[in-house]
Design a protein around this ligand. Structure first.
Ligand code: SAH
Length: 515
């Protein structure tokens, strides 16, 4: 009799090697539906962003017990959450069954009668092959690959690794968790007859912009590693295929490869920018200094929607995508639809705002060439004389539109969304700033700039003055805000958009190749 199928409650899921786009579709699907996620310490924040925002999350680090003692707690946590009827994802780096101890977790779940599913992931060795451009197998040089743990001491009683057999292995060795024991691994392999000139490589953080690697013959690998400053965790590749790589792997040709960039946009607006940074090879950090919220009270917005429906306005002017979303979402939520905008002309500050309008099937009548308030004033002034102009905007910001357009038109403004300062210094970002890892800070609006520079003046000022951290602004208005606080900028975007910031960063980087 086949066992009866019971819907799994716990999912042992591989998170891949670090790049947030190297998860499987199944993993992304499960993370989005999870009620509870228990994840390994080394899973990067960008991967965790796939998790359902409403899910409870717990890092294995925060369970009681030091390393090996954690396992009973991990098992108990998974079993308890599964039995409580939660949809549980156990997220593990790489593949869950390759040195991931998911086998033991599955066993514990089986014993407890909790049904589970296992979702494979891209394991470190496979990622290292692609990102270093080393073919792990090769028709001429290697017909086999061994995945080896370097964690066990070769002379420890009960050690299960047969270094003699591995020295004779006719193929590529991929050694996980081996950095700390590298000298012993090298001497064991050479002792058992492995050619000391065998080409080798070490890679850390393969698949991310922070990837670093070093190559040397087997006998020199440890000193090469030390000189390059590579530390655990890293993967060691040993075999003739290592010499088949090109001088510069494809990923290292990305224009911002290895550059650490701090992004301070509101979280819900940062995704595309972070992704583009990653695809340019950068290592993005997100620390929003402000968030966007709905207005605490919709009375004024609703009143304006009524007026729009009565044709009380000739022009409706949006100075941000958030403004478009704020007003249009409210129109629907208040039980009306786009017809309330029937007669009104629409202006958008720039292409992004116009694109957001287009998502609602609305085409802006005016989009200035320069995506800033001054551009809007210039385009609108000749058209709005004697007209009634409504500005849909944030609860704070510049008054330029109102004062300038108000010279010729009847102008009112309504706050359709609120900007809230969020003062959560992310410990990881603060540490990266202190260690001098972050080179570029992208300032995507004057409010973002003011909020960041004001709050983190102490940690930023000296570093910016010495040029260790470079500020890149989105527009002259943002530059002005930065200078008012006594900071200098390294570059200003030529096109006033996040793409403009990316272009400015690429230009900066090409002027100053990293040592
Ligand atoms: N289950 C994981 C391995 C866990 S053991 C997998 O399938 O990849 C942890 C070891 O994996 C680290 O010590 C290191 O040797 C290796 N590793 C994991 N991710 C890596 C990466 N992005 N780059 C290099 N090595 C990595």
């Amino acid at each position: 009799m086949p066992e009866e199928f019971v819907e799994p409650r716990v999912f042992l899921v591989g998170a891949g090697p670090g790049d947030p786009s190297l998860l499987t579709l199944r993993a992304v699907e499960l993370l989005a539906e999870a009620d509870f996620v228990l994840y390994d310490q080394l899973i990067p924040p960008r991967v965790l962003e796939w998790i359902n925002p409403a899910a409870e999350r717990l890092c294995v680090r925060d369970l009681p017990g030091a390393r090996p003692d954690k396992y009973p707690h991990i098992h108990a946590t998974l079993i308890a959450a599964g039995k409580a009827g939660k949809k549980v994802v156990r997220l593990k780096g790489g593949d869950p069954l390759i040195f991931g101890r998911a086998g033991e977790e599955a066993e514990a779940l089986r014993e407890a009668g909790v049904p589970y599913e296992i979702v494979p992931g891209i394991t470190a060795a496979i990622a290292a092959g692609s990102y270093l451009e080393i073919p792990l197998t090769h028709r001429r040089f290697s017909s086999a690959v061994a995945l080896v743990t370097g964690h066990e001491l070769p002379n420890k009683p009960g050690n299960r690794i047969d270094w003699q057999a591995l020295a004779a292995f006719p193929g590529t060795l991929a050694v996980y968790m081996g950095i700390a024991r590298l000298p012993i691994i090298i001497s064991e392999l050479i002792k058992y007859g492995k050619d000391p000139d065998t080409p080798c490589g070490i890679v850390e953080r393969a698949s991310t912009g922070a990837m670093r690697s070093v190559f040397a013959p087997l006998r020199e690998l440890e000193s090469a590693r030390r000189n390059a400053g590579l530390e655990s965790p890293g993967l060691i590749l040993i075999g003739n295929v290592v010499d088949q790589r090109p001088e510069t792997a494809w990923v290292a040709k990305r224009p911002l490869f290895g550059v650490h960039v701090l992004v301070t946009r509101p979280r819900h607006q940062a995704g595309e920018f972070l992704r583009k940074l990653e695809l340019l090879g950068a290592v993005p950090y997100l620390m929003p200094t402000l968030e966007i919220r709905e207005p605490a009270d919709f009375a004024l917005v609703d009143a304006v929607i009524d007026q729009l429906a009565r044709n009380a306005w000739d022009w409706l002017v949006f100075s941000s995508s958030n403004g478009v979303q704020g007003l249009l979402k409210r129109i629907l939520a208040s039980g009306r639809d786009l017809r309330v905008l029937g007669g009104v002309k629409l202006a958008a500050v720039g292409p992004k705002t116009a694109a957001t309008l287009r998502e609602y099937h609305l085409i802006a009548d005016v989009v200035p060439d320069q995506a800033i308030a001054e551009g809007l004033v210039e385009s609108l002034l000749p058209r709005v004389t004697g007209k009634r102009v409504l500005l849909a905007r944030a609860n704070r910001g510049r008054d330029l539109l109102r004062t300038e357009l108000g010279k010729v038109a009847t102008v009112e403004q309504v706050a359709v969304y609120e900007q809230i300062d969020t003062v959560e210094p992310d410990p990881e970002v603060m540490e990266a700033l202190r260690r001098g890892e972050i080179q570029f800070v992208a300032l995507t609006s004057s409010n973002v700039a003011r909020s960041l520079l004001d709050k983190f003046d102490e940690i930023l000022r000296g570093r910016v003055e010495r040029g260790e951290i470079q500020l890149i602004t989105i527009s002259p208005e943002t530059t002005r805000a930065v200078r008012e606080l006594g900071f200098s900028i390294a570059a200003e975007a030529t096109e006033y958009s996040t793409d403009g910031i990316l272009a400015a960063m690429v230009a900066l980087k090409s002027q100053q190749p990293r040592q």
